[in-house]
Design a protein around this ligand. Structure first.
Ligand code: SF4
Ligand code: SF4
Length: 70
């Protein structure tokens, strides 16, 4: 299982790259542009910007995102 971890001082986002289909719903819904697709998989390079709204977790149809605040 390939799980990528992105941490700020406040939150941790784990993205399961085995589940991620790379269609970008997380990229589209995040109001502060935390996510970016890299080689067809979701990453969260701007995790420091997260405002803990949980839209990404709710939007992911593959349940690939685990967020410490959601
Ligand atoms: S919404 Fe889920 S499956 Fe789609 S790109 Fe984002 S993490 Fe991957
Ligand atoms: S919780 Fe909200 S602000 Fe944080 S990464 Fe997900 S969609 Fe973006």
């Amino acid at each position: 299982m390939v799980v990528k971890t992105f941490k700020s001082d406040v939150v941790t986002i784990n993205i399961d790259h085995d589940k991620c289909k790379g269609h970008g719903d997380c990229v589209d819904v995040c109001p502060v542009s935390v996510y970016e697709l890299v080689d067809g998989k979701s990453t969260a390079p701007n995790v420091e910007e997260c405002i803990e709204c949980c839209a990404c977790v709710e939007a992911c149809p593959e349940e690939a995102i685990v967020h410490s605040s959601c």
